[in-house]
Design a protein around this ligand. Sequence first.
Ligand code: ZN
Length: 317
Amino acid sequence: MDLIFLKAVFKEKIWGGNKLREEFNLDTPSEKTGEAWLISAHGNGVSQVISPKAYKGMKLDELYQKHREIFGENLEDTFPLLIKLLDASDNLSVQVHPDDEYARIHEGKGERGKTECWYIVSADEGAEIVYGHTAKSKEEFVELIEDGEWDKLLRRVKVKKGDFFDVPYGTIHAIGKGIVILETQQSSDTTYRVYDYDRVDKYGKKRELHIQDSINVSKIPHSDPKLEIEEMISDKSKIVKYLKNEFFSVYKYLCDGQLKVFLDDNTYYLMTVVEGEGEIYADGKKYNLNLGDSFIVPIGVKNLELKGNLEIIASRP
Ligand code: ZN
């Protein structure tokens, strides 16, 4: 079966910039583009097929419903994952996401909770994220929020290109200014905003906060999820396995020259080129890969061969 290449949906954001166009060659609509939903079947932004011709123009939600031969049997009713590239030219709001149950009860419409994870594609010198908080109890958490003691409450962590962060539901987090990330997440658009730096939009309006929901769903006290990163080296290339949780597994394929990747042929994979360019061979066919390309590898593909100098972030449900 052919690899399925997809076209992104773009989101303008108060904190967005122009790196997705300048560094990734994506066809962004504005100078404040914050997010490219690269592989998405979520109702708030659905990716479209670019190739193969047979599915050209079809939306991913429809492809998922009508062509289960690409994805497999015994699947979730709706496409479970969402892959995004984010350009934070300013700080994102401090936020937290619910788990599946809370999202179902409070957001309805089949909305999922949101566990996400981040691969840092690039970061300015000294760039920081908010990752967790310092409160020992719910009382302390509420008190620090009510008093606006953000410096005391929020835990800041310096990041650099190539870092990886697991951000399970219930984790207080924010991507900081000067960072581009590739995000692998559950297909969900539910965000509870705790703090937005008292920013106003072009109409002088502050964005809505969701303090009570944030208090309800935040993990208190915070503890860093443990990452058990595995590396498989082959000549100058390598495969990195970052994590496996109940929703997805995430890998990096770093190809310097060539790299053979063995896949689990019982599932499909989602892939994005985050650096370089080259070629990929799948099921006897060759495809060119450029920076920013996103594609689905259908179920049943047993191995891939990469050539060139490139980095791919891959995930599977
Ligand atoms: Zn988030």
